[in-house]
Design a protein around this ligand. Structure first.
Ligand code: AMP
Ligand code: MG
Length: 478
């Protein structure tokens, strides 16, 4: 018998207005570039079932119920009532070895009823970018959607220039977005909001079902997950780039890797995305924006939060206000780890801020500075434009560590040696797109699968860009 994917679909059982049933559109010549065998095993999928034809959407596996999900969203603050999967198809769900249900989605798999005149395709470059960065995030231990596979299509997609096409197989705890709730709420479809809520609770917050107000319990769960997620992002120097409400998953996983990038030199105002002119989604703005997005989620659930409008508003406000303290606590814990502080001292926040300010003023590389603190603190000074700026901090750091310190090994498990640096990501994409050479991509993915280990064979991958290698802008590539 042919190998099968053990689908167990629930989203496809929801009312028909939640999606459009749509099969992937076949492509000319699928070629498998990379299959994530470890992830396939975790999902309980026989890799033999994951052929290039299946991963490109040319063959719909038995048990799949392909559909494009409906959602809305605030994009850069402006509401669009109908977005939806314009270039993605949910094939179905599987239960992994850990007992968790996960979506299998093809991204770049052709037009759907939500495509709005766009082609439904993805260029290979952004597909490789999402693969590299999402898998690096997983290796860091950050909640994220995963990348199971990438295929090339043998077709070109027309962007500013013709580019090779690709399809990413994305795995997610779910693809329910803040914008999914907005889709129904903005239509006044209260019944659908309730159905979506029940579905999301079953998948992400089963204990909320028993709460007095499940909607409120669920919302508080989403708030907590987003607050801790964004704290992890900041701890790694990650900038999502397009934190629109349609790109925020209620599961708490990082989703929709577009023009995202990691800081090299530390600068909290950093923006990479070519479309983010106002810096709305700048590095240091991300907590504020997450909370703004959560306010939009609260609005969709308001009638379910409490009996009566005033009480509902109050309950929602109070839950939303939990974001600040949860984020602060998570961020401080993250930073204490990075600094190698054990225990809690009153001056920790000011010490942390002090080093960050010195780093910003001296263009110190974010990743290398903290790695140096974990391996060779004396060497950290060389990362500062004015080495004296580090020396001024070092004494206070040592004094604080005398009151409680993580050992260097524990610090190395928190402070990566390797991050998906933008110039390396671009280099991998360029080799693939212009020379059909995927070895650069493969090596980068392999190095990033062990980000906390020193890898003396790959010294270049640990280094920030040389001035001429610096990437100043990233593109959505849609
Ligand atoms: P994104 O910026 O990737 O989060 O996408 C925003 C919206 O545009 C979503 O509804 C996408 O499905 C849609 N979209 C992006 N690129 C394409 C494309 N090439 N074809 C069709 N729809 C697209
Ligand atoms: Mg999106």
């Amino acid at each position: 018998m042919a190998p099968r994917i053990p689908f167990d679909n629930t989203y496809a059982r929801l009312p028909e207005r939640f999606f459009a049933r749509q099969s992937p559109i076949p492509v000319a010549a699928p070629r498998l570039i990379r299959l994530n065998h470890a992830l396939a095993a975790d999902l309980g999928i026989d890799p033999a079932a994951l052929t290039a034809d299946v991963l490109a959407g040319n063959t719909v596996p038995e048990g799949a119920e392909p559909l494009a999900q409906a959602y809305a969203g605030h994009q850069f603050g402006h509401f669009t009532p109908r977005l939806g999967d314009g270039r993605a198809i949910l094939l179905g769900e599987v239960i992994g070895r850990d007992g968790q249900r996960r979506d299998i989605q093809l991204k770049g798999s052709g037009a759907t009823p939500f495509s709005r005149h766009a082609d439904g395709r993805a260029a290979l470059g952004p597909v490789l970018r999402e693969f590299i960065i999402s898998e690096a995030m997983a290796a860091f231990g950050v909640p994220t959607t995963r990348s199971l596979a990438v295929v090339t299509t043998g077709e070109e997609v027309m962007r500013e220039t013709p580019l090779p096409g690709g399809v990413l197989t994305r795995i997610a705890a779910s693809h329910i977005r803040v914008g999914t709730f907005q889709f129904f709420a903005s239509r006044g479809d209260a019944e659908a909001v309730q159905i979506l809520l029940d579905h999301a609770i079953a998948r992400h917050d089963p204990e909320a079902a028993a709460a007095e107000r499940p909607a409120l319990a669920f919302f508080r769960g989403v708030v907590a997950r987003q607050a801790t997620l964004v704290a992890r992002w900041l701890g790694l120097g990650f900038i999502h780039g397009v934190m629109n409400t349609d790109n925020m998953a209620v599961s708490g996983e990082t989703i929709d890797y577009g023009p995202c990038a990691f800081l090299d030199a530390y600068d909290p105002a950093t923006v990479f995305s070519s479309i983010d002119h106002a810096g709305r989604y700048a590095y240091a703005n991300q907590p504020r924006i997450a909370q703004w997005n959560l306010a939009r989620l609260a609005e969709t659930l308001l009638p379910l939060m409490a009996e009566g409008e005033d009480a509902a508003m109050q309950a929602a406000q109070a839950a939303l206000m939990e974001f600040g303290p949860i984020f602060q606590t998570a961020w401080l814990a993250e930073m204490r780890g990075k600094f190698g502080f054990a225990g809690v001292q009153e001056d920790d926040p000011s010490l942390i801020q002090d080093l960050l300010s010195r780093m910003a003023a001296n263009e110190a590389d974010f990743t290398l500075t903290f790695r140096a603190l974990s391996t060779d603190p004396a060497a950290a000074r060389t990362l500062f434009a004015d080495p004296a700026a580090y020396a001024g901090f070092a004494e206070a750091w040592s004094a604080r560590r005398a009151q409680g310190a993580l050992d260097p090994e524990a610090m190395r498990d928190i402070n990566p040696a390797f991050i998906p640096r933008n110039h390396l990501v671009e280099e991998a994409i360029a080799a693939a797109v212009t020379s059909v050479d995927f070895t650069v991509f493969d090596t980068l993915v392999d190095v990033l699968s062990r980000p906390f280990q020193d890898q003396p064979d790959h010294p270049r991958h640990a280094l920030p860009p040389k001035p001429e290698e610096r990437v100043l802008q990233t593109f959505c590539g849609t």
